[in-house]
Design a protein around this ligand. Structure first.
Ligand SMILES: Cc1ncc(COP(=O)(O)O)c(C=O)c1O
Length: 461
């Protein structure tokens, strides 16, 4: 039963506290041990986050027994939902055979074969242990291949937390180094605003020595600030003309927008692709995919033949057998079923229904997004918008990436938690192929109840 039903007149915060005493106790202990009590910045939540005990398909349960429709989706890794039976069977079987052989194994070959078959830009693959490592390697490969130093990125886009890609993601939008990063590293990174084709063109005119341009192809945070296709196409044209390698960061969009990722959905093929999350079926892992001529910089024989310096690349858990087993099982399902299409269709229906709730309730927000994601624009500056017709790309990037000086994202998220739905702090959500009619109805109801509770509390006009 939802907390909202048991405590109809409580404030959202009171209801949250009443429903989650075990989470509260765990958070108290965690704060003694972990900075902010958390292990990933996105779990920072006032007054404390929920602690989850188990999950299945599209739902999860916290340590107090509360059930949630899950839109965190393993940070996007779980297109197939929690504990997909085929993925679990593959992992269990591998678990019994061994978790690390310190040796080559058959699954890594099968895994690479699937990636090369599914992802248009993939001719060779190198596995990593995370998306951060995948973008780091893609950028290093691009520098080594082109012999150039500079990198170009889009403001607000996230490519992991390594030194080259920290400035200009959440802050330091002027490109200055974030704390702990060397000035020289940040100096070599050029920033462009999303959808600013003129600015992009200028950067390519001014800088002839750009090794790589990297982009989240559907926009930052899975389209929270959407990119227009024309901008991505301009990136493709300008990089090709200037000998710069175009890298798609498909850590989120890969195997999600379509079995071949955003590049297949957009019909624009980059030179290299960074992959993680879905690629390893919900277990840790990542990969860089690209042309043989570039990935050959990791190849002993090829570099010996060309006289080039080989890029050294170890990594204890690269393509470890458990991740490989999960990845192979997940990619086989995605390549042979309509999993992406089902999740995309749910996304479209959910966004439409949530916008209908906004219109019914007279709330001046909008729910938008593409593919299997949704974003809630809480309109902190009360701009004139129509929920179902909101064109997020027309709004200035800053407006969307500011979470709302009114703190609405947190209140909304807590209200939804109290009503049995977990979204991320965007406020946004990612959808799995296991979300169905029941979850959709529950989400729409929870959204309506939350809006009414926010209004009762005076947080909404
Ligand atoms: C677009 C994008 N790139 C890179 C990363 C980093 O991946 P990881 O967390 O596996 O290091 C993420 C993680 O959320 C991401 O969303």
């Amino acid at each position: 039963m939802s907390v909202a039903a048991t405590l109809p007149n409580a404030t959202i915060l009171d209801a949250y506290r009443a429903a989650t005493p075990n989470s509260s106790a765990m958070a108290r202990k965690a704060r003694e041990l972990l900075p902010s009590g958390i292990v990933h910045d996105s779990r920072n939540f006032d007054p404390y986050p929920i602690y989850v005990e188990r999950a299945q398909g599209p739902v999860k349960w916290d340590v107090d027994g509360n059930r949630y429709v899950d839109y965190f989706g393993g940070h996007g890794a779980l297109l197939l939902g929690h504990n997909h039976p085929q993925v679990m069977a593959a992992v269990h079987a591998q678990f019994d055979r061994g978790t690390h052989f310190g040796a080559c194994h058959e699954l890594e070959v099968r895994w690479a074969e699937l990636i090369c078959r599914m992802v248009p830009s993939a001719e060779r693959v190198r596995f990593t242990s995370s998306g951060t490592e995948a973008t780091l390697m893609a950028l290093r490969l691009a520098r080594a291949h082109t012999g150039r130093q500079k990198l170009l990125r889009v403001r607000g886009h996230f490519h992991g937390w390594h030194d080259h890609m920290t400035s200009g993601h959440a802050n330091h939008f002027d490109g200055s180094p974030t704390t702990g990063v060397l000035g020289g590293v940040a100096d070599a990174v050029l920033l462009v605003d999303p959808n600013d084709i003129a600015g992009l063109t200028r950067l390519f005119e001014q800088h002839r020595d750009i090794a790589a341009a990297i982009v989240e192809p559907t926009g930052s945070h899975f389209g929270r600030m959407p990119l227009k296709r024309e901008f991505v196409a301009a990136m493709r044209d300008l990089t090709r003309a200037s000998g710069t390698l175009l890298i798609f960061d498909e850590v989120v969009t890969g195997f999600r927008c379509s079995p071949g990722g955003a590049q297949q959905a957009l019909g624009i093929t980059p030179d290299m692709t960074a992959l993680a999350k879905i690629v390893s079926g919900g277990l840790p892992g990542g990969a860089v995919a690209g042309p043989k001529v570039v990935l050959d910089l990791l190849d002993f024989a090829a570099t010996k033949a060309t006289g080039k310096e080989k890029i050294h690349h170890p990594g204890t858990f690269n393509a470890n057998p458990l991740s490989a087993a999960a990845g192979v099982a997940a990619l086989e399902i995605i390549s042979t079923t309509d999993a992406c299409a089902r999740a995309n269709a749910y996304g479209e229906a959910l966004r439409r229904e949530m916008n209908e709730v906004l219109e019914d309730e007279g709330v001046n927000w909008a729910v938008y997004g593409d593919y299997s994601g949704f974003h809630i624009f809480t309109n902190p500056e009360n701009a004139h918008i129509t929920p179902g017709k909101f064109d997020a790309a027309e709004f200035i990037p800053g407006m969307l990436t500011r979470k709302g000086a009114d703190g609405m994202a947190g209140q909304l998220r807590m209200g939804l938690l109290v009503n049995g739905v977990d979204i991320n702090s965007g406020p946004s959500g990612v959808i799995s192929a296991t979300h169905g009619a029941e979850e959709q109805a529950a989400t729409v109801d929870a959204f309506r109840s939350t809006l009414r509770a926010l209004r009762r509390e005076g947080a909404l006009s």
